[in-house]
Write a protein that binds this ligand. Structure first.
Ligand code: HEM
Length: 748
């Protein structure tokens, strides 16, 4: 090596941050909360290269990471280059299989705290003491798309929570919808095969709008309730922070006297329930396919920690059969108006993962991970899930020791006689790995239930072995109707349009026909309106039995759906707009686009920005170009995005401040008017002050009276030509808090 070369290499020696080895401390940016047991546990495996030398995996310092070892200037690479081989080999094996479903996801750390002891109804340790913070790791996901698919697919969102309790891990593996497509786990592979891209051409990605999905659904009337949810705006959330979560199945709570009650779990977001429009969702998929992932990440980085309250619906054992549906049927919910949701604690997400792969990708949720005080019911979907998760993770994570991966290992100590296997990390000491034994004094030994040993709820079962759907599961339409009836008019319109879109993408006429027939069982007007959009008519009857999952000659009568009488006609808690559970609307963390150019009115920008900031919203500048913009009085503002890199669909509302020169520049930029028109079409709040109001007029969607201070004549349009900026700002906040102004939307 030449002297010159050696010099260059030495000069690349580290000078930045001091290493952990040097200081004996975690780097300042590690971000672990002092009292968070799980974060402290994860920190044991954290690596931070700041201030460190580059080494091989064997810890040998590397002198040259630019050139492989070769025989002479232009010669072949030598096999002995262990540095090259180690690096390339590791790279070659970096990928693991993506999840078979819910492959696309994002996650965060946080904690859960119960409001008051739940001892009378459950002995679960983490639900006893309001002073205890239980660490959680939460992964949100879509179901059908691949790992790299868009966040904005029309789909169910997974809402999986791992509680690292002192008594072991408890996983509440839920969704953002309270019911499911199918009643029996044996249909899950069929459902997933049907919704995934079609096998012959792998089209379409992350979309249910294709023949195989609707072919399957049209033969599975039990899916109709879930179809109403998936066609509603719940399937296209504005933010993962603004959606509910549900455990779906009925579970059991058990107290320390062994008494059981049924329980349904809910997560209620404190930011309210909000969605985007389907047209926006499609545009966001192009503009920012990481929209939800980015939103969650940024909120946590900004200290806007998302919060949910854990709600429970409790049903006494004696009331098991007092509903017009079966509590074990996962296509049914218990209307909140019949059994209220009691909010028992709060979850706060306050830390982003350090490493996506190590944490978000390797986390393994499992419905079978329960703790004393919680137990299963015989819901046949739940029963299948308890098997499925562990089974799939054996393949996905490569062997039986994935519980040792830092994100999966419990904070409760684990001791048993399970041994060895692929990539075993634990070094089990001692001579024995069996039980009973005397050589190790019988350790590890069983724990009595008084010492926290898990005992399954002793449910009495005395039955014939059968393959049959319970007749109590055969009402497939009543709750689908209840859901549709409970929606506001705009929400109903969105369902109709979603069905027109989805079925419009179906190429086989018979599938559409079967779907229209099923929709007519839910609501005749709904079916007619969908049919109208498809240029079809609703069939009066179909020849084939509707449920093909059990052959008609085996159980011809029993499998035909039947309708039960409903205790209520509508449940406002099912609507996002009319929902009484979210009475106070906040604009916290909402993103407001300020359209401006050089020559903006300084006060009109700064004052309104401050008013929005006080309400917790963020003002972002969108301009004809990037760089620094200067106001009339010399204020400088950095453009957050240009019309090329930003888009109205990425914002919740738009404001055009005055300033003749700024407005003139915006008028000369066709994208500015498009921005406004689009936001208007998507029923968002638009505000303008001073000359900014001219842009509204020139965009052509609103008539403003010419006189100063006049208000626009449309809902969600807030303007003031000469008026008070304070009043404008406050009116703006009120209008944004309504989320959208659906009166502006054309009816179906
Ligand atoms: C109420 C119905 C269901 C809900 C709420 C649900 C929820 C979820 C969620 C949230 C995930 C993502 C977990 C994560 O973030 O890693 C997931 C993954 C998965 N689910 Fe389900 N699921 C349901 C039904 C089923 C059924 C019936 C089966 C099979 C019988 C099943 C099998 C799977 C599998 C295999 C994965 C991938 C797990 C992994 O690779 O880690 N799910 N499910």
């Amino acid at each position: 090596m030449s002297k010159e070369k050696a010099k260059t290499r030495r000069s690349s020696s580290p000078t930045k941050a001091k290493s952990k080895a040097e200081t004996g401390k975690e780097p300042a940016n590690a971000g672990y909360g002092a009292n968070d047991h799980k974060s402290a546990d994860l920190a044991k495996n954290a690596e931070d290269a700041a201030g460190e030398y580059l080494t091989t995996n064997q810890g040998v310092r590397i002198n040259d990471n630019q050139n492989s070892l070769q025989a002479g200037d232009r010669g072949p690479t030598l096999l002995e280059d262990f540095i090259l081989r180690e690096k390339i080999t590791h790279f070659d094996h970096e990928r693991i299989p993506e999840r078979v479903v819910h492959a696309r996801g994002t996650a965060a750390h946080g904690y859960f705290q119960v409001y008051e002891s739940m001892a009378p109804i459950t002995k679960a340790g983490f639900l006893q003491d309001p002073a205890v913070r239980t660490p959680v790791f939460v992964r949100f996901s879509t179901v059908a798309g691949s790992r790299g698919s868009s966040d904005l697919a029309r789909d169910v969102r997974g809402f999986a929570v791992k509680f690292y309790t002192q008594e072991g891990n408890y996983d509440l593996v839920g969704n953002n919808m309270p019911v499911f497509f199918i009643q029996d786990a044996i249909k899950f592979p069929d459902l997933v095969h049907a919704v995934k891209p079609e096998p012959h051409n792998e089209i379409p990605q992350a979309a249910s709008a294709h023949d195989t999905f609707w072919d399957f659904i049209s033969l599975m009337p039990e899916s109709m309730h879930m179809i109403m949810w998936v066609m509603s705006d719940r399937a296209i959330p504005r933010s993962l922070r603004m959606m509910e979560g549900f455990g779906v199945h009925t579970f059991r709570f058990i107290n320390d006297r062994g008494q059981a009650q049924f329980v349904k779990f809910h997560w209620k977001p404190l930011l309210g329930l909000h969605s985007v429009l389907w047209e926006e969702a499609q545009q966001i998929s192009g503009k920012d396919p990481d929209f939800h992932r980015r939103d969650l990440w940024e909120a946590i980085e900004n200290g806007d920690y998302p919060e949910w309250e854990l709600g429970v619906q409790i049903v006494a054992e004696k009331d098991e059969h007092s509903f017009d549906f079966d509590l074990l049927d996962p296509t049914k919910l218990i209307p909140e108006e019949i059994v209220p949701v009691r909010r028992i604690g709060k979850m706060i997400l306050n830390r982003n993962p350090d490493n996506f792969f190590a944490e978000t990708e390797q986390v393994a949720f499992q419905t079978g991970n329960i703790v004393p005080g919680i137990d299963f019911t015989n819901d046949p979907l739940l029963q299948g899930r308890i098997f499925s998760y562990l089974d799939t993770q054996l393949l996905r994570l490569g062997g039986p020791n994935f519980h040792e991966i830092p994100i999966n290992r419990p904070i409760a100590p684990a001791h048993n006689n399970q041994r060895d296997g692929h990539m075993r990390q634990t070094i089990n000491r001692g001579q024995t790995s069996y039980e009973p034994n005397t050589l190790r004094g019988g350790c590890p030994f069983q724990a009595g239930s008084d010492l926290g040993g898990f005992t399954s709820y002793a449910e009495r079962i005395d039955a014939r072995k059968i393959r049959e759907r319970s007749p109590s599961f055969l009402d497939h339409f009543s709750q689908a109707t209840l859901f549709f009836n409970s929606q506001s008019v705009p929400e109903q319109n969105h369902i109709i349009k979603a069905l027109r879109f989805e079925l419009g993408k179906v190429e086989t006429p018979a599938i559409r026909e079967r779907m229209l027939f099923l929709l007519a069982q839910v609501d005749k007007t709904l079916a007619q309106k969908v049919a109208q959009g498809l240029g079809a008519s609703v069939p009066k009857k179909l020849d084939k039995p509707m449920n093909m999952s059990i052959p008609a000659d085996v159980l011809p009568r029993k499998v035909q759906p039947k309708r039960a009488t409903q205790a209520i006609d509508a449940s406002p808690a099912l609507s996002m707009i009319d929902n009484p559970n979210f009475p106070t609307e906040t604009i916290k963390t909402r993103k407001i686009a300020f359209l401006l150019a050089d020559g903006f009115d300084d006060a009109a920008v700064l004052e309104v920005k401050q008013i929005l900031k006080t309400a917790g919203a963020a003002a972002l500048t969108v301009a004809p170009r990037l760089g620094v913009l200067t106001g009339i009085n010399g204020t400088t503002i950095k453009a957050d995005c240009s019309f090329l890199t930003g888009s109205s669909v990425l914002f919740d509302a738009v404001y055009v401040p005055g300033g003749e020169a700024s407005v003139a520049a915006l008028k000369a930029e066709p994208e500015a008017a498009n921005f406004l028109r689009e936001a208007y079409k998507h029923c968002k709040t638009l505000a303008a002050s001073g000359a900014g109001t001219d842009l509204f007029e020139s965009a052509g969607f609103v008539t403003l009276a010419a006189n100063a201070g006049a208000r626009a004549d449309q809902p969600g349009i807030v303007t003031s030509r000469e008026g008070n900026l304070k009043i404008l700002g406050l009116e703006f906040i009120q209008a944004i808090a309504q989320h959208r102004h659906w009166e502006r939307e054309p009816t179906v």
